[in-house]
Design a protein around this ligand. Structure first.
Ligand SMILES: [Mn+2]
Length: 373
């Protein structure tokens, strides 16, 4: 096996950018940045030592034989003190003056995966060799917020497969089935292609009024509405799609669906490089208002960036969301949650887009009319 194109394209970006920030980047796994640059998530502990020239791996003996293709150099450890010895050798021999590591302020979670005990250890090792240990936050932000062509293609494929998975699961959504059963079917299909971007949400009836529901043993009853929020991590890119269904046609369901759909379409129509996330968020809220709904029923932001993590690095499509850049990707997910009605219910539609210069590419769209199962 050779490295996939997405990982190779990411390594190309690292090569181009790293020396602007430091001489080497130490990533202690588990960390999404490890998967981003190495191309695989391991069961065991591992370290990636990344320089402009090469990627060096420190891996456990149980995983050593499968890792040679992922690294330019592999060093194997058996015991903890082997790790310290190997790391010391790398820090002292690679002629580094500045080493980047993943610690940062609380808002920069994409660069904050380094455990405290490892931070302390790296700090003392670098001090010993007179090397400066600095936060990788600014580097990671520049590295991961703009996507490579290969990443954008992988996201497009990921969305297509997610839509196929949804259409395969839709026929089994019938009164009597439980949320957990549908979630299990989604998991089964997701693992055929990759893995879930996040735990799928399956919500029936009153549970649709919850933004982040977790599937339960609740059975679907005739008359109730359904939403499914599911994403696939495929070749290192996370999709994130939400679909809404009814078990019977009612005017209140169709009206809310149409308003949310219009809010989504209007926001996407205006999405391009240079507009702000807040601008798109306000368009969605204004559209809900025009359709006669209180925009306060839309309780979250309009969307978030997508990448190796489902909530990736980038502007929020929400209050104070800044200017959007070309080659970034986002979810667009307006919603209405009727928490004060009896019974409670809600509707959310979520699709994924790529900002491309003066336009945006829409990767998916929900049906024009509210789908009935
Ligand atoms: Mn989402």
């Amino acid at each position: 096996m050779s490295l996939d194109e997405v990982t190779l394209s990411r390594r190309g970006r690292v090569k181009k950018l790293i020396n602007k920030y430091g001489d080497a980047w130490i990533i202690i796994s588990p960390d999404p940045n490890y998967e981003y640059i190495v191309g695989i998530q391991l069961h065991g502990f591992s370290i990636a030592f990344v320089t402009k020239e090469k990627i060096i791996g420190i891996v456990g003996s149980l995983e050593a034989d499968m890792m040679s293709e992922y690294f330019d150099e592999v060093h194997v450890f058996k015991q903890f003190h082997d790790i310290i010895y190997l790391l010391s050798k790398l820090i002292s021999s690679e002629k580094c003056k500045k080493i980047l590591a993943n610690f940062a302020s609380i808002r920069k979670i994409y660069a904050s995966k380094l455990p405290l005990h490892w931070y302390k250890l790296l700090e003392s090792l670098t001090r010993l060799y007179d090397v400066e240990l600095i936060s990788a936050a600014d580097f990671i932000f520049e590295l991961r917020s703009i996507k490579t062509e290969e990443e954008l293609k992988a996201l497009d494929d990921s969305v297509k497969i997610t839509l196929d998975i949804l259409s395969e699961v839709e026929p089994i959504i019938k009164p009597g089935v439980t949320e957990r059963f549908i979630a299990a079917k989604l998991y089964e299909k997701l693992y055929e292609y990759g893995e879930p971007s996040f735990k799928p949400i399956v919500a029936f009836g009153e549970h649709t009024s919850r933004e982040h529901h977790l599937p339960t043993d609740k059975k679907l009853r005739q008359g109730e509405v359904i939403y499914i929020d599911v994403g696939l991590k495929y070749r290192g890119m996370c999709s994130d799609i939400t679909r809404f269904y009814v078990t019977e046609k009612r005017k209140e369901y169709a009206d809310a669906y149409n308003a949310v759909k219009a809010a989504q379409d209007e926001a996407i129509k205006n999405a391009k490089a240079g507009v702000t996330g807040e601008f798109l968020y306000n368009i969605a809220r204004d559209t809900l208002t025009k359709h006669g709904y209180d925009p306060e029923l839309f309780t979250h932001s309009l969307g978030h960036a997508l990448g190796i993590e489902v909530h990736d690095i980038g502007e929020r499509l929400g209050k104070k969301g800044g200017k959007l850049l070309s080659n970034t990707c986002f979810t667009v997910e307006p919603a209405l949650y009727f928490k004060k009605l009896e019974p409670k219910w809600g509707v959310r539609l979520e699709d994924d887009i790529i900002i491309l210069g003066n336009a945006c590419k829409r990767l998916s769209a929900s049906p024009e009319e509210v789908p009935q199962i």
